[in-house]
Each structure stands twice: as C-alpha cells, then as structure tokens.
Design a binder for this molecule. Structure first.
Ligand code: SAH
Length: 350
C-alpha cells in the first residue's frame, strides 16, 4: 500500500495516530512543527523526536516535496519557477520583486479548466488539483528565494498562478490556514489575495469561512454579452450573480473586492463598457486594477491605447473608486499574468 503524506492527514487523525501508539500529544505537535513550520522532508532529521518514533513514522508515512526544476530570471528581477510535483507533473510559480514588496504568485491546479480566451494557462487541460502541501511548498520556496536573491522577506501572496483557486476550494483553504497559522508560516492573511474567475457560489462560501484574506475578481467586462464571448464561465455565472456574491462578501468580511481588468481594442473599449463598469463599482464596494495585456499570440486580443485606459481611470476616479494601472512583470520569460503555460517544457502531462 502506498504510504500517505503525513501532511495530508487532518490534525485530528494525526493526533489520533499518536494516541493509538501510546505517544503523548506534545509529540504530535512537535512533528507538525517539523513538517509545516520547518518544511522538514525527512523523518530522520527530526532531532528532538526519539529514534523509535521516527522509525514508526517512517513506516507509516511519507513526506512529499516539490522541486524547482527550472528557474528563469527576468531582466526586471522576476523569477519564474517550473515546479515539479511528486508525481512528475509541473506547475509554475513566480516571485515578483518591487521596491516595497516581494510577492509570490502561486498555482492551485495543474493546468486549468476555464478556457478564458486570452489566457495561456486556459489552453492547457486541467490535469489535477494541487493539494494543500504543494500550494504551501511553493510559498516556502519563494520565501527562501526572496531571502537568497533579494535579502528581503516575502511580503505578499497571490493565488494568481495556474488554475482556479475556488475550484480547488478545500486545499486552497487549508493552504491559507497553514500559511497564516502558528504551526506554519505565521503570515498575516491581509497579505494574501485569492483571485477568481468568478464562481458566485464559492465566493459566498469563502465569505462564510472567512479566512481573512482578500478577494480579487477577474472581471474584464461588466457586460454579460461581452464577457460571455471571452470568458465562457459567464454563462453559468452572470454578472448579476457575481454582484450578489460580492455584496455578500462585503457584508461578511467588510473588505472591498479588487477587479482585475484588461482593456482590449474592439472588445471592451467603448463608452458602454466604461459605463457598465462604473455602474458595477457604484453597486459593489470595490477597487480596480487595470492590468496590461500580455500577449499570448492570439491576434484577436490587442491591448487598447493609453487614451482609452485614461478614460476608464477618469470615469472611475469621478465616482471615487481607486483605479490603478498595474504594470506586468516578467513578460520576457513568460512569467506575467496569463502567460503561465509550462512553455519551457515539452508537455505538462507526464
Ligand atoms: N483563475 C483565477 C486565477 C488566475 S489569476 C482567475 O481567473 O482569477 C491570473 C490573472 O491574469 C487573471 O486576472 C486573468 O484574467 C489575468 N490574465 C489572463 N491572461 C492574461 C493576459 N494574457 N494578460 C494579462 N492578464 C491576463
């Protein structure tokens, strides 16, 4: 029988295992600290655990790790990691350095099932969900790289890599618990942002569970008839449902939602498009991040000119909504938003 990863056990089961084997509860806590806080991958290195217990653990469990297979550095300092999982599958995670922050952009699924037409990850088949350990380990890896290459700690985490976090809900939630928990990295949830394509039901669930993180919605258009043509998920999750879910989110958490928004020529660059966004922002407490379009080689999508972008910003500022243009980083190594597609590898499936 294949051994289970000790980190995949719910805490109650782990504690029960120790009890069944006559071990005191504090030993379970010590082991938890080894595997989460210290990211230990070898039972033999658990120096404060008696040898007999280390052997017992080794006979019953394993500790899977991830391995950075391929690391690329952009001219702007961004680092992209091709991360190999224990079963050979590969995801990408990105370290984004700015003057004030070091942000980890992490993946939640191998590939993606959503098929947003402008996104390179959307062209990949969704192979599987990442488990909480694999999500957590990407953060640990980038935390180490932040210190090694920039001599500064990791400050922010965004679930904006490959996959849709709200379609891997339980594992994403557990990873947030471990990133923020004392037995894990002890980071503030205020520094974590979960980004979603917009799945109303799951946005409400996140509001109910309220892990105290931030929520971003990849909106790109506030008009169903436009959004449907570029993001098929809109058919089952129209703007009305997303609006209701965001209001619920605000009611439960008191936090504004951040809209991610790319402006393309001939797609969402008219007065009508601006008016629809302004209307939505009036209804939902929100901020807007206008993201630069990173080309993925599809001619249908061309970023709108600066004039249109300024029109959007002026209209949003006029109703006192914070709206900023976010420059993309790492595009020279295909590490920018929407470009994660394991390009440097022959294929994702192994
Ligand atoms: N599935 C989640 C997490 C991915 S986040 C979500 O959709 O939010 C990646 C962000 O980059 C999303 O806002 C996505 O809409 C945006 N994006 C995708 N392709 C892009 C591209 N080519 N240029 C700029 N942004 C892109």
């Amino acid at each position: 029988m294949e051994k289970k990863d000790i980190r995949s056990l719910p805490p109650t089961e782990l504690h029960a295992f120790f009890k069944t084997h006559g071990e005191p509860a504090f030993r379970a806590r010590q082991v938890e600290e080894w595997v989460w806080k210290r990211s230990c991958k070898d039972f033999n290195e658990m120096s404060n655990i008696p040898k007999s217990l280390r052997l017992l653990l080794e006979n019953h469990f394993t500790i899977h790790g991830i391995r950075v297979d391929n690391m690329q550095r952009s001219v702007d300092g961004t680092i992209k990691n091709g991360v190999k999982l224990h079963d050979g599958r590969v995801v990408e995670s990105v370290l984004i350095p700015t003057e004030k922050r070091i942000t980890a952009c992490i993946s939640s699924q191998v590939g993606c099932s959503l098929d947003c037409h402008f996104c390179a990850t959307g062209k990949l088949t969704r192979m599987r969900n990442l488990n909480a350990e694999e999500i957590y380990d990407q953060v640990v890896t980038i935390q180490q790289q932040a210190l090694q290459y920039f001599n500064r700690p990791l400050t922010n985490i965004v679930y904006m890599g490959m996959g849709e976090p709200l379609l891997n809900y339980a594992n994403v939630l557990k990873s947030i618990e471990k990133i923020t928990g004392d037995e894990g990295l002890g980071m503030s949830p205020k520094r974590i942002t979960v980004s979603t394509v917009g799945i109303a039901k799951m946005m409400k669930k996140l509001a109910d569970d309220n892990p105290r993180c931030n929520l971003a919605l990849s909106l790109h258009s506030a008009r169903n008839e436009v959004r449907e043509t570029i993001m098929p998920i809109t058919k089952s999750n129209p703007i009305e449902d997303l609006r209701e879910a965001m209001l619920y989110w605000y009611e439960k958490t008191g936090k504004k939602v951040t809209f991610e928004y790319v402006i393309w020529k001939g797609i969402n660059d008219t007065e009508k498009d601006i008016a629809a966004l302004v209307k939505l922002c009036k209804q939902v407490p929100s901020k807007v991040n206008i993201i630069e379009y990173n080309t993925i080689g599809d001619d249908r999508f061309q970023m709108a000119g600066s004039e249109v972008i300024q029109k959007y910003i002026d209209a949003l500022h006029a109703i006192n909504v914070i709206a900023k243009v976010r420059q993309s980083r790492g595009s020279d190594i295909d590490a920018a938003c929407g470009q994660l597609a394991n390009k440097n590898l022959a294929n994702v499936a192994v």
